[in-house]
Design a protein. Structure first.
Length: 217
């Protein structure tokens, strides 16, 4: 199966079925308070307990994921007031792509195709979350479509693959669309977490009309 590769923050979503929601980052950190607009997801699911896998995105004016926009929302789990203020200016969208537990049963050893089917049956598509379809077959066309729309690429998953927490499975392969540009490095931002003490990102520009125009980081 082929899924669009997203450019956001990976999250595991815990929905115990009591109206609450808990979001954990890949590190295990509780980041629920950073994304208050995702709280209504619990009501959308109802009283069925579930643990879901997904990615939080910030979308630009063209509807494409923009990690630089998302960075203004990340790291605010300790400051719910600031998070709510930023949510009004930079809303996020949660893309769901796997179900790990459902109705008290673990799905970790269940084949991907069946897990995906169970997730689709939940019909979780709302104002701030969605369950995009996975494409079976037609991989070449799918990759071409991501290039034409300026997307990151594809994640290719074996239909019979189990879920392997905390590891990079050989049954899931990322294909990235690589684009190159000639740019000038004009600055850098300090790294966080594993990149603490190192540059976390470089700020780059291109020369235009005798000036250096910022194009991203």
């Amino acid at each position: 199966a082929y899924e669009t590769k997203q450019d956001g923050q990976r999250v595991v979503v815990y929905l115990p079925g009591d109206g609450s929601v808990l979001l954990r980052a890949r590190s295990g950190q509780d980041i629920t308070a950073a994304y208050p607009e995702l709280a209504p997801l619990a009501a959308a699911l109802g009283d069925t307990p579930a643990v879901l896998d997904g990615e939080v995105l910030a979308l630009d004016e063209r509807g494409r994921a923009d990690f630089q926009l998302l960075q203004s929302r990340m790291g605010l789990a300790h400051a719910p007031g600031r998070a709510a203020h930023r949510a009004a200016r930079v809303p996020v969208h949660l893309v769901l792509f796997d179900a790990l537990h459902l109705a008290g049963c673990s799905l970790l050893r269940t084949p991907y195709a069946d897990r995906r089917g169970r997730l689709t049956d939940l019909a979780l598509n709302g104002p701030s979350w969605s369950t995009p379809a996975a494409l079976v077959g037609h991989g070449e066309q799918a990759l071409r479509a991501t290039r034409e729309h300026g997307l990151e690429g594809l994640v290719c998953k074996r239909l019979d693959s189990v879920y392997e927490p905390g590891s990079r499975s050989r049954a899931w392969i990322k294909i990235r669309n690589m684009r190159s540009e000639d740019v000038v490095v004009g600055g850098w931002l300090p790294g966080k977490g594993r990149l603490g003490g190192l540059p976390g990102a470089v700020l780059v520009g291109q020369r235009a009309a005798g000036r250096l125009r910022y194009v991203g980081g």
